[in-house]
Write a protein that binds this ligand. Sequence first.
Ligand code: ADP
Ligand code: MG
Length: 251
Amino acid sequence: MLMIEDLQVKIGDREILRHIDLEIKQGETHILFGPNGSGKTTLLMTIMGYPQYTVTAGKISFKGEDITYMPINDRAKLGIGMSYQRPPTIHGLKTRQMIEICGRGKADPETLAAGVNFTDFLDRDINAGFSGGEIKRSELLQLMAQDPDLLLFDEPESGVDLENISLIGNSISTLLQREFKDDAGKSHKEQRAERTKMGLIITHTGFILDYVTADKGQMLYDGYLSCKSNPLEIFRCIKEAGYGECLRCTT
Ligand code: ADP
Ligand code: MG
């Protein structure tokens, strides 16, 4: 459903991504690992369609359509949504209004906010003075309202306090129609064949792996993708041997 073939991306005249091949099938969730500056955010922003990320070669298709040069708003309409690592502050726009816009009038901000402890923030300007973890919860709410088919998460757990991490983790798992635990600790599971959503999650801390089961993991190192493997296995290797070990595979 998402197919990326031999993608190369520049910011200005600097090449950031090289020969990226990635396929995410319907119902699949992938985890993307990689050290700072390796190009993870660039990959997600390019899939979403930000114009400052210039595609110099290769192709991105989604739901059978070539979206390589499609404007960002058309990609959103086609069903791509993203939770940003560093979204901007917008003075004069309330979080509540943003959630309504994302939900095209169909989402109820109060109900959604109650699910991630965010009711008190609905009438504040979006991201104005929010802490890192509060920004992540606000981003998640917008994505819940939009309910896209392909969900891109850029470090959704970074800065989130321990009290809210399970809320975030379980909400992401629910959005991706995967197994999750409810407030009483009871486990719910969607069958593989029933899943329609696709996910691509960047994680730095690996916390998210405690809550979201994923089908595949990959490492992005210096603009190259490698180590297609079980995400828990990749995470274990990073913890034990560090990212430096990845050079063995990428060079
Ligand atoms: P990651 O998310 O893996 O930490 P990024 O995709 O944010 O990495 O960045 C990849 C590289 O691109 C970094 O070296 C970063 O400094 C560079 N970069 C990102 N944005 C810009 C920009 N607007 N102008 C110039 N270089 C940039
Ligand atoms: Mg990043």
